[in-house]
Ligand binder design. Structure first.
Ligand code: NAG
Ligand code: NAG
Length: 609
């Protein structure tokens, strides 16, 4: 039998990384290793990759967005760029200082940063005359960039007047100084993060006079938006470039190679947090979109608080029976379902770290309607390492009231605002980060915040800044695919009261009841987005009847339950889901009418500190 075992066990292939200096050696490498070629745009200067050479590699890492999308992957091509963030923590201080400066001061601080060489001669001459003390010529050193950006609120980056796909180091340095870049040209590709386009000024053409004029007349509101967006973008670059590049390259190579293992690891492991009595929600998910995950080779588990073993709890014994029937539940001993469930969140992360080989950890709440393959297609197109995906909150207020369940002491987190975190309804992390959290928690426990979703951001923050063991890439560009408080509206119908509505782009609808979930699934079946599979006639008997005694939503699991599957071809469009939700009338500037949410400029919040 031993040979059979050897056959079945998938051995991790060692990862070998080649670059322009030694890639030709890969052609004679006959070992079973996973061969990775690091081939940045600068390698091209020493000659193109010879015809056919790419075939010798399993993975090619590049910083050329024409070969692999920004933060993404396509076939064997993976995107990764070598940049750094030398300013470190000083970046936040500078941004604060500039934001706090009087508006007149801010209006005066502009520099011009020019490339070396003869291009832009006219602009240089103009700058020499009009602003002799604040124009700088790039000599490729950080020192010069530091002088060019440090004391200025805005900086005209004249080297960026071509279509760049990868952020130039000068742009990263500019933003790291809390300085708003002014760039010239069309720049189709500049959307490195969701807030990037708010953090810079775009001019079609350039003259010094025009730039000065812009600064003097920009409304105070605009300056406020720039300052805040720059801070968000700054943090994005800081987290992404925190770890030394050669270590990042190794991690990305390892995770990309892991994805190629045979048999192939699942793209994601799906964790759905559920409370014990949410029988109706679990049934609604099992009857609608959860089976679609199986078609993708994914497995899921509901995560619940631990059960009591003394047999006194009727609910707990019913839950154990539910698990025996569906085999998709995990009871986390020592945790509770009482919000803010930070402890349960950590236990679920540790469980995933130890129990799955999938490439991503995907976490959902149990009150969601999800269109899984749209989301999974996105994950499949992203980098496999250092990734933190979701709808991010950049302004989570810290609660200092001791009696509040969300209380956070100063010695755990001193700032008034939490580090960026993906809102808990739906988020993903690449598995290297999940394992790193588990490894570090087990070696030396993290500082803890009680709120579940904030916690993940805070663990990653500690790994990145305190423990300096990783970079993290915040992928926040999919927020428009979330409907956070499912309603159908537009800015026109609900001014200032229509944050992330339900529309044709929605992948995830949050705060939906079991009957709404079933209604949405039926609509998607109706539009041909899914095709019917098996159906089942159910009545309120047996397990269902017992569940219904605790949760009346189980009612919706009776009658004819029509399953669906993803058509292999000729799929219809995602259905219009508006008929399934109630959209309250517009109340401009007033809190939302349901869900206990308070509407802030950053979106609805359940708890306002
Ligand atoms: C290729 O050269 C780089 C240094 O440029 C080195 O780090 C790497 O280990 C070499 N790869 C192999 C497989 O020898
Ligand atoms: C920046 O400001 C400091 C004082 O805050 C000053 O000493 C320094 O010369 C200024 N640098 C430039 C390049 O203007």
């Amino acid at each position: 039998m031993p040979w059979l075992l050897a056959f079945l066990v998938s051995v991790a292939r060692p990862v070998k990384i080649y670059d322009a200096s030694n890639y030709s050696a890969a052609t004679s490498d006959t070992s079973a290793s996973c061969r990775v070629l690091y081939w940045p745009q600068t390698s091209r200067k020493s000659g193109p990759l010879p015809q056919g050479a790419a075939d010798f590699f399993d993975i090619i890492v590049t910083d050329d967005v024409k070969q692999a999308p920004w933060l993404g992957a396509e076939g064997k091509m993976y995107f990764l760029e070598d940049r750094n963030f030398p300013l470190g923590d000083l970046s936040r201080e500078l941004a604060q200082l500039k934001e706090a400066a009087p508006i007149e001061w801010r209006r005066e601080g502009m520099s011009v940063f020019l490339p070396a060489g003869d291009a832009h001669r006219q602009e240089r001459e103009e700058a020499q005359i009009l602003m002799p003390a604040s124009y700088f010529i790039d000599d490729g050193t950080f020192e010069t960039r530091h002088r060019a950006f440090k004391n200025f609120t805005f900086s005209v980056l004249l080297m960026l007047d071509y279509d760049v796909g990868t952020p130039p180091q000068s742009l990263v340095d500019c933003m790291s100084h809390g300085t708003v870049p002014i760039i010239i040209g069309k720049h189709h590709k500049i959307d490195y993060t969701r807030y990037f386009s708010y953090a810079l000024v775009k001019f079609r053409d350039f003259s010094v006079e025009q730039a000065i004029n812009f600064m003097l007349t920009a409304p105070a509101d605009a300056l406020y938006v720039y300052a805040n967006s720059v801070k968000i973008v700054q943090e994005f670059f800081y987290m992404r470039y925190r770890h030394p590049f050669h270590l990042r390259l190794q991690r990305h190579a390892q995770m990309a190679c892991h994805a190629l293992k045979s048999p192939a690891p699942a793209l994601a492991f799906v964790a759905i947090y559920s409370a014990k009595k949410n029988f109706g929600r679990r049934m609604a998910l099992r009857d609608t979109w959860l089976p679609l995950l199986k078609a993708h080779g994914l497995s899921h588990k509901f995560f619940l608080a631990g059960t009591e073993v003394d047999d006194r709890s009727e609910v707990d014994s019913l839950l154990r029976r539910e698990r025996d029937v569906f085999d998709d539940m995990v009871f986390l001993t020592g945790t509770t379902d009482e919000y803010p469930i930070g402890r349960k969140g950590l236990a679920a992360v540790l469980w995933a770290a130890h129990n799955t080989e999938a490439q991503f950890w995907l976490k959902f709440d149990d009150d969601l309607y999800v269109r899984p393959h749209l989301l999974l297609n996105r994950l499949a197109s992203l980098q496999r390492a250092e990734l933190y995906w979701g709808a991010f909150d950049y302004s989570g207020m810290v609660v200092r009231d001791l009696s509040d369940p969300h209380y956070t002491p100063y010695d755990v987190w001193p700032e008034p605002v939490f580090p960026a975190y993906a809102r808990g309804a739906a988020l993903a992390m690449s598995m290297d980060l999940v394992r790193l959290i588990a490894e570090h928690e087990e070696k030396q426990p993290f500082k803890k915040i009680r709120v579940e979703d904030v916690s993940y951001g805070f663990y990653l923050w500690q790994l990145t800044y305190d423990r300096k063991v990783t970079s993290v890439t915040i992928f926040d560009r999919d927020e428009d695919h979330f409907a956070m408080d499912a309603k159908c509206c537009t800015e026109a119908t609900h001014p200032n009261n229509c944050w992330l509505p339900l529309n044709e782009k929605t992948w995830i609808a949050h705060h939906v009841t079991p009957s709404t979930i079933r209604c949405m699934f039926a609509k998607d079946l109706g539009s041909g987005f899914y095709t019917p599979s098996s159906s089942e006639a159910r009545s309120m008997t047996g397990l269902l009847a017992e569940m219904a005694a605790f949760d009346s939503h189980v009612q919706s699991a009776t009658g004819t339950i029509q399953g669906g599957k993803i058509p292999t071809s000729g799929a219809g469009p995602p259905a219009d889901l508006c008929g399934c939700v109630v959209t309250p009338p517009a109340h401009p500037g007033k809190p939302l009418q349901r869900g206990g949410m308070t509407e802030l400029s950053s979106g609805p919040k359940l708890h306002v500190g």
